[in-house]
Design a binder for this molecule. Structure first.
Ligand SMILES: N[C@@H](CCC(=O)N[C@@H](CS)C(=O)NCC(=O)O)C(=O)O
Length: 211
């Protein structure tokens, strides 16, 4: 398999963790989101992913999957061990709710294209963009903090989809120097996950395109 990735992309980071947890081999194809105006906007990459975003997973069967949630759920269906969702429907709904707060309610508002639009089209300065970024992380994390169960991971003793979404979002929050003292459960779940080799291997600084 080939993963089109960018070391700092949190959506690609989620998929790297999933691939590592499942013990699957993959080659990383770096797509630089800044250089040359964003190489994800090239016609070559557009042919891979019409949405021109990372990640994309080339299964080497002629199929290319896009959207981190779709990719991770595909991997979980085809490679069920270890499972990324609990067996019971309520547990599954709770795990998906946390993943979706991050994927649907935080990440799109803080994505590169959104931030560039605020700066370049709507002419907000960097301080205003930083306030925007921080406010959506805080609002999302307040909800996630209240929904996290007993540790060590987001939902107890097994890593779930919720952890795959939380860890990259915490990485982003730290990168933008957002204080996390108010979120002790989030910080603890992140710390527990980062002890695990599949999470360690997926970290941005451990990627071939890390800067
Ligand atoms: N919902 C998508 C989000 C993908 C996404 O937005 N990726 C970002 C990097 S984290 C990207 O490629 N951004 C390019 C841009 O904003 O122009 C997913 O989960 O895969």
């Amino acid at each position: 398999m080939k993963l089109y990735s960018y070391f700092r992309s949190s959506a690609a980071y989620r998929v790297r963790i999933a691939l590592n947890l499942k013990g699957l081999a993959y080659d990383v194809i770096p797509i630089h989101l800044i250089k040359d105006g964003g190489r994800h906007k090239s016609s070559t990459y557009r042919a891979v992913n019409p949405q021109m975003r990372v990640p994309a997973l080339d299964l080497s069967t002629g199929e290319v999957l896009v959207q981190s949630m779709a990719i991770i759920e595909y991997l979980d269906e085809v490679y069920p061990k270890p499972p990324l969702l609990p067996a019971d429907p309520i547990g599954r709904a709770r795990v998906r709710a946390i993943a979706q707060i991050i994927a649907c309610d935080i990440h799109p508002l803080n994505n590169l294209a959104t931030l560039n639009y605020l700066k370049n089209e709507l002419k907000h300065d960097q301080a205003e963009v930083d306030r925007w970024y921080t406010s959506w992380i805080i609002a999302g994390f307040e909800a996630v903090e209240a929904m996290i169960g007993p540790g060590p991971y987001v939902f107890g003793n097994a890593v779930t989809l919720a952890d795959l979404y939380l860890v990259p979002q915490v990485f982003n929050a730290r990168r933008f120097k957002i204080p996390l003292e108010r979120f002790p459960k989030i910080v603890a779940a992140d710390a527990a996950c980062t002890q695990l080799p599949p999470f360690e291997k997926a970290r941005p600084e451990n990627q071939p395109d890390a800067e």
